[in-house]
Design a protein around this ligand. Structure first.
Ligand SMILES: [Mg+2]
Length: 375
């Protein structure tokens, strides 16, 4: 269900602040005070708004009405199965692919993917790969593509670890401020590349809180942002440290790489996703995060600007409705759902599902067979 709550950001003529952040005050007086304390917050984000997977309230009005009208009509008429792949391919110049469930499953390449990507490249299409997984950096993802025999350039890969660093750069995060990281190595590597100071991450994985009378946990007053991503070594120390930074450092941002409920660490079951770590910090701070991964439009806006792409000339291909397809729709792109990942046909066609892509197909390599059939 859609929530009407605006959660992460509000843009004014001169500021771009997390709405629920203490600095993002609802009154102009407190907003001015916060901006005076933390001038970097006053620099407007060059990209459009970020929001959670359930939030549509800050989608620009014309787009929102188009999306919401789309939901109404599509909910009544379920998405059609893709029949003419050539028509779809010809109608766009860029394909954005989610990775897990579209390109690979775990560490196994999905059949027909290399040939399909080759065909799209031969037809002059730009290919971009976007993932909410923040545990790896762009470079580390590049290695994974290489290991699987796929010829993908590092610059074509957009992981939410990169998005977190790119967001901080986009707001000119001050050189004298630090980021506290609840997450894995990918975030640290991207912050390193961006030249942003940080602490936390994997090295806090073994830290414990031993409560005794008068025990007091010190925290760094120069932390200006807490970035939370998927973290297998999540613990109480990290929650307390991140909470202290957000609650006690004026203007400290709370940034989430994603809010995915579950993830597929193994093929045997679903595992608690990045949303569980974000939820813990949300619970203790009572603040909503600024989300930089899907379905927030931050990455879409970033790569549209980076590559000079018109969003209507993009087709988003993914296996999840509430992240990938919503991400594409929030960005004003065409959308294609593949059934090779987490979403089944019955889920797509369930009366309770309100997110309908433009088309669905079984797997990416259907582009080849549907193309052959159409010739
Ligand atoms: Mg996926």
């Amino acid at each position: 269900m859609l929530s009407s709550r605006t959660v992460v950001a509000v843009a004014s003529s001169s500021s771009f602040l997390p709405l629920s952040h203490p600095a993002a005050a609802s009154t102009s007086a407190s907003a001015s005070a916060a901006a005076a304390s933390y001038p970097f917050l006053n620099r407007r984000l060059a990209f459009s708004k970020c929001h959670t997977s359930r939030d549509h309230s800050i989608i620009p009005k014309p787009q929102r009405s188009r999306v919401m009208e789309g939901f109404k009509t599509r909910a009544a008429a379920a998405a059609p199965q893709l029949e003419d792949a050539d028509a779809l391919i010809d109608s766009v110049e860029t394909f954005i692919f989610d990775c897990d469930g579209v390109i690979w499953k775990g560490d196994k390449l999905i059949d027909g993917v290399p040939e399909t990507l080759d065909m799209l490249r031969s037809r002059g299409k730009r290919l971009v790969f976007v993932t909410n997984n923040s545990t790896k950096s762009r470079k580390q993802y590049g290695k994974k593509f290489e290991t699987l025999g796929l010829n993908v350039n590092e610059e074509e890969i957009f992981a939410s670890s990169f998005a977190a660093a790119a967001y901080l750069k986009s707001i000119d995060f001050p050189k004298d401020k630090k980021v506290y990281v609840i997450g894995e190595e990918g975030i640290l590597k991207e912050l390193d590349i961006a030249g942003i100071q940080y602490l936390g991450g994997p090295e806090d994985g073994d830290k414990k809180i031993e409560l005794k009378p008068g025990y007091f946990l010190e925290h760094d007053k120069d932390v200006g942002a807490v970035v939370v991503g998927f973290d297998r070594y999540f613990n109480y120390y990290k929650v307390q440290y991140g909470t202290l930074c957000i609650r006690e450092n004026p203007g400290c941002l709370f940034i989430a790489t994603n809010r995915d409920a579950v993830t597929h660490l193994t093929d045997a079951q679903e595992w608690a996703g990045g949303g569980s770590m974000v939820g813990a910090v949300l619970g203790s701070t009572k603040q909503e995060p600024l989300v930089v991964g899907k379905p927030s439009t931050f990455m879409m806006d970033y790569l549209a600007k980076e590559f000079g792409i018109t969003k209507s000339q993009i087709c988003m291909v993914g296996d999840r409705l509430d992240t990938d397809i919503l991400f594409g729709q929030n960005g004003g792109c065409k959308t294609l759902l593949v059934l090779s990942g987490v979403t089944s046909l019955s889920t797509l066609q369930s009366p309770t599902n309100s997110i309908q892509p433009d088309f669905y197909t079984n797997k990416l390599s259907d582009f080849l067979s549907l193309k052959a059939a159409a010739v």
